[in-house]
Ligand binder design. Structure first.
Ligand SMILES: [Zn+2]
Length: 1097
């Protein structure tokens, strides 16, 4: 029976192979042209080229493509005892072809230094340099053929082994080059074939050693096999198939990594048998600078920290790394000792288990090594000199743990030892013959030590006497006398801040956990009876005021509390601050953002990144009175800080507002453009450039006094929000506002009378080059904002005098006007005019501007003027170009609009309509819409809503659309005919929790006052949910996935929650929409008809 079966099998196989031969011919013919296109080339030179097979002969040969192709191709050909392979080049790891010697029938020499390798169904033709070389190849091949093991029972012509154990095989799509391949996983290798038939014929493409590989999931149906030399990307038919490939490849990888020497040696130390981070057994990886052995998963996380933090090597793959010295480091330190340093303070809640997911792993490993959160601090921590000398001492001893600890606690590996012959710790270690120390130092030479990454300060306890007032539930605005304070012994320890009557008692009078402190604020000196005071704001809304007369005591408390409160990344980024803490913030992780205010800089930690906002350069700052929320818009985006009734929020508001630019302050305190020029100056220069360069006597003529005063006040109030129409102020009004501002701004552009005198002195110098030198010197000593402003102003004046034929403002005239203005003087000192003349005439050399740049700008100015007499191309730095769509989202409907900081939706609408030549009429009003969720839901943007904050919050699938507002009339009519703005009734409601949730429940809904309520049944039944209407965003429509019962839906968005209300018909929909809108905008429903264009566009 068994014999019969075998016969049958053999018959079948024969039949199969004959059949395949026919198929193969077709296939080969078809793919002839593409024959060489399956190009498995490595993209990188291998970093170490271990001899994996024993090569009998290798060299360059020329090869013809099969089936009589005429073009010879130069190939690097390699022969070992099993296969003849050829490669694109000698450097490549993956062959283009590998021919099993088992399928080779004979090797034949032919003329012209050529030889043929005949297999059952193929002939490969090669040409050598010369006959001698050819003969050598033939000789080697014949020898190899004679040595191969003949076996009649062989099932495969390709593999050597009698029975081959495939763990998996099948066709797969390779994406680059895009082609189908047949793959076989056998043992610890993956073999690639052009197709299954070629495999039967004993011809393959290449094999991939799985010791070098790892598998990466990319998508549901794709995965990649990554090797040091090349990444193979595959597409499979289904997820199931992918999983099988994935598992089989990983099996092959682990087979390939069967134990060898390095592991066995290192695992002799018992603590090395467990991963240093997650305790997985038999770790096969190591971080060779941090000196820990790791499991594969943890090693992956270490690798993601970067080479300069953790140098990850394999115990099995990177054999060459494992020198005797490195082995010694790991045997002497081992995971046990290394963890005594790295993991000395891991709280149980933060420890890592074997089953941890990737996110947990990364978090733990980042905290442990990159932030050094759990390490044991060296006793000398913080004392650089002492650390360095301790390091010099340690490297001469056998104590590796001490060296590790010093290196990662701030000792400088490159410090000077003070010994000229052995200037570095490394050279000292060498001298002392401490080869393991040498190895440890060498591996750490380029490590970014913790102290360079994070200037983290250990959380030390702090205690001492401070003076304290009674805590308050409201912001402390009144002056507190010394008598209002009482002396208290304060202590910060173990995450708790406490105060006591005195230092003998152990009974706490009060305090709070540091995690409950939401804000710390340093008062300006002298605000209260004690010179130096600070406030702590607790989570539960109380304010605690502490003070002392000793500045250094306050300083050390501020530092200690900051360290205890703040995430280390932020603490490191911002240094000493006046105010810090956390706030609810829609953009932050879990809705929380961390903030530090230092001068004009607001450092913000959202998600994982610290951003710094210059408050003077905000594009807009909205402090909404009713809800109390704050919206900050800057070039990097938007911050929404929702209202918070606690005192710390009010404190932030009062701190941020004046820092965002005060009109009556120094030049550097003004609202600024990105180029550090005060917005008021930028706007005036821009306006005059647009409309006044050709006006005769510009800057000499007077404007209307009341206009000037009015515009000046508006600028000083909030420069960013100022826009005006051409008819409102004349060019001369604006020119005079500029002069007046320059004349009145505190300390002037030249930063004070004293410095002004030096400029005047410089103007007195006879020698021109001496004079220019002096100006340059004075300029470089000006504060940044002053220097940038002076440059912008002089550049403008250069443009003015360039057109002096038309405007009569010669350099001399400009000197007469701007000399006294700039020096804030009466004009009696002619040297002031001289300075301005000099600055204009020598603009390029003094301000370091290239002559050609200036010329280009002047040409541009003239061209622009000639082209559009009234319009300038110059773009105010305070504008942002935004994309909006007209009526539909299509390329042709795209409109680019310059949006200024405080542009409202109504301005945007009229801007776009004007641009597109559409006239808005009273009967046909247009509105701006916020379109979300692939155009499924939309919101009518209220005409007074600011565009920029909204624009910055739009996601990739979202946009602004201008279209006719069909509902505005119906809404208006409905509202006009009701007595009270109130609406109630049954609606089908769906809380949108996930993609699939579409659970509609009937609820009695009520919209009255400023609240929207859901009741289970009747109006009088208990209220189930309620929202303040002004904090809701109300969208028309619903997400398609919801399968709404009717098409009249309203989507409510509050923070990250979404609710969907389903109305029965259009009328109901209009009534609800109207009521929502009316409550949200206090009855201000109808956009005004704006036909006149605002000026800053
Ligand atoms: Zn691990």
């Amino acid at each position: 029976m068994a014999v019969k079966q075998q016969e049958l099998l053999r018959d079948l196989e024969k039949h199969f192979i004959t059949h395949l031969k026919v198929e193969d011919k077709k296939e080969t013919d078809m793919h002839r042209d593409r024959n060489e296109s399956l190009d498995i080339r490595c993209t990188e030179f291998p970093d170490y080229s271990e001899e994996i097979r024993s090569i009998i002969k290798a060299g360059w040969l020329e090869k013809t493509p099969p089936k009589g192709g005429k073009i010879y191709q130069r190939r690097w050909v390699q022969l070992d005892s099993e296969y003849l392979r050829y490669f694109q080049s000698a450097k490549e790891v993956y062959s283009k072809r590998m021919i099993s010697l088992r399928c080779v029938d004979k090797v034949v020499s032919v003329g012209d230094a050529r030889f043929e390798v005949h297999s059952q169904n193929r002939t490969f033709l090669f040409r050598a340099e010369n006959a001698e070389e050819r003969n050598d190849w033939v000789c080697c091949l014949e020898k190899a053929l004679s040595n191969r093991t003949h076996s009649v029972e062989a099932q495969s012509l390709f593999f050597k082994r009698k029975s081959v154990d495939f763990s998996f095989e099948g066709y797969l799509d390779l994406t680059s080059p895009r082609t189908k391949v047949y793959m076989i996983i056998s043992g610890d290798k993956l073999y690639l074939f052009k197709n299954r038939e070629e495999y039967f014929h004993g011809v393959g493409v290449t094999d991939v050693d799985m010791r070098m590989a790892h598998v990466n999931d990319t998508d549901k149906r794709t995965f990649t096999l990554i090797t040091p030399y090349r990444t193979f990307s595959f597409v499979v038919e289904s997820e199931g198939v992918k999983k099988r490939w994935h598992d089989s490849l990983n099996e092959a990888i682990s087979r390939s990594l069967s134990c060898d020497g390095v592991c066995e040696s290192l695992w002799r130390v018992s603590s090395n048998k467990l991963c240093a981070d997650c305790s997985a057994s038999m770790p096969e990886w190591a971080s060779i600078n941090l000196c820990v052995l790791l499991c594969e998963k943890c090693a992956g996380m270490h690798r993601s920290l970067g080479q300069n933090v953790s140098k990850v090597r394999s115990l099995k793959l990177d054999e060459r790394v494992w020198t005797d010295d490195l082995m010694r480091v790991f045997l002497q330190l081992g995971n046990g000792k290394a963890n005594k340093f790295w993991g000395a303070n891991i709280p149980p809640s933060e420890s890592l288990c074997v089953n941890a997911n990737d996110a947990q792993r990364l978090q733990h490993i980042t905290a442990k090594y990159q932030h050094g959160k759990y390490r044991r601090y060296h006793a000398l921590y913080g004392q650089q000199e002492a650390l360095n000398s301790a390091l010099c001492k340690a490297v001469q001893s056998a104590d590796l743990l001490e060296t590790l600890s010093l290196l990662h606690c701030g000792a400088d590996i490159k410090c000077h030892t003070g010994i000229p012959e052995f200037p570095s710790p490394l050279s000292l270690a060498k001298r002392s013959g401490q080869s393991a120390q040498v190895e440890l130092l060498t591996q750490n030479l380029n490590t970014e030590t913790l102290e360079t990454v994070f200037k983290e300060v250990p959380i030390k306890s702090q205690c001492g006497y401070l003076y304290k007032t009674g805590s308050s539930a409201r912001p402390i605005t009144d002056h507190k006398n010394k008598t209002d304070f009482t002396r208290r012994w304060c202590r910060l320890e173990g995450g708790v801040f406490s105060y006591y009557r005195n230092d003998h008692t152990s009974t706490r009078s009060g305090g709070m956990k540091t995690c409950e402190i939401v804000c710390l604020s340093l008062n300006s000196p002298g605000k209260h009876g004690y010179e130096h005071t600070f406030e702590l704001f607790s989570e539960d809304g109380r304010v605690y005021l502490f003070g002392t007369d000793d500045a250094s005591i306050v300083k050390s408390w501020i530092k200690a509390i900051s360290v205890a409160m703040l995430p280390p990344v932020l603490f490191d980024a911002c240094g000493p601050c006046e105010r810090l803490g956390r706030l609810r913030c829609i953009e932050g992780s879990d809705g929380i953002g961390w903030f530090c205010l230092s001068g004009f800089k607001l450092h913000v930690l959202l998600q994982d990144t610290v951003q710094t906002i210059d408050l003077r350069k905000l594009l807009s700052l909205t402090l909404s009175d009713s809800a109390g929320s704050m919206v900050l818009v800057w070039r990097g985006g938007t911050l929404h800080l929702p209202a918070d009734r606690r005192p710390h929020f009010v404190g932030w508001q009062t701190c941020i507002q004046p820092k965002s630019g005060a009109g009556d302050q120094l030049l550097s305190h003004q609202q600024l453009t990105e180029l550090d020029v005060p917005v008021i100056i930028d706007r005036c220069l821009d306006h005059v450039t647009c409309y006044g360069l050709q006006n005769s006597g510009i800057y000499r003529k007077n404007g209307v006094k009341s206009h000037i005063t009015r515009l000046m006040e508006r600028f000083q109030n909030d420069a960013r929000s100022v826009t005006w129409s051409e008819s409102e102020y004349s060019v001369d009004d604006v020119a005079n506002v500029l002069k007046r501002f320059l004349r009145e701004v505190k300390n002037g552009v030249l930063n004070g009378q004293e410095i002004g005198k030096s400029w005047l002195q410089a103007a007195g110098l006879e020698d021109k080059s001496e004079r220019i030198n002096k100006y340059q010197n004075l300029l470089s000593n000006l504060p940044d904002v002053n220097r940038a402003t002076l440059k912008a102003l002089i550049h403008h004046l250069v443009c003015v005098q360039h057109l002096s034929d038309e405007n009569q403002m010669t350099v001399k005239n400009l000197g007469i006007v701007f000399g006294p203005t700039l020096f804030q003087s009466d004009g009696t000192d002619k040297k002031a005019c001289r300075v301005v003349e000099d600055l204009i005439q020598n603009y390029c050399s003094i301000f370091n501007v290239s002559q050609s740049d200036l010329q280009r700008q002047l040409n541009l100015t003239s061209v622009t003027l000639n082209k559009h007499k009234k319009r300038s191309m110059s773009q105010s730095a305070s504008c942002i170009i935004c994309t909006v769509y007209l009526e539909r989202r299509e390329e042709e409907a795209e409109v680019l609009v310059k949006v200024w900081a405080n542009m409202k939706a109504v301005d945007l609408v009229s801007e776009v309509l004007e641009h597109k030549g559409i006239e808005q009429t009273n009967k046909e009003l247009w509105s701006c819409y916020e379109i979300l969720e692939k155009e499924e839901i939309e919101r009518t943007v209220h005409h007074n809503e600011k565009v920029l904050p909204l624009y910055f919050t739009l996601g990739p699938q979202q946009h602004l659309l201008i279209k006719k507002n069909y509902y505005v009339e119906s809404i208006k009519n409905y509202l006009e005919n009701i007595e009270n703005v109130f609406k109630s009734g049954m609606l089908r409601v769906c809380e949108i929790k996930s993609e699939r949730s579409r659970n509609y429940i009937s609820r009695y809904c009520e919209l009255s006052g400023t609240t929207f309520r859901l009741h289970k049944e009747l109006r009088n039944s208990a209220c189930e949910k309620e929202w303040p209407v002004k904090e809701l965003k109300v969208y028309n429509g619903y997400r398609g996935k919801l399968h709404s019962p009717t098409s009249w839906g309203i989507t409510l968005v509050c923070d990250k929650q979404q609710w969907y209300l389903c109305c029965d018909n259009e009328d109901e929909f209009i009534e609800w929409t109207a009521t929502f809108f009316s409550i949200q905008y206090d009855g201000d429903i109808r956009p005004p008809l704006v036909v006149k264009k605002p000026q800053y566009t």
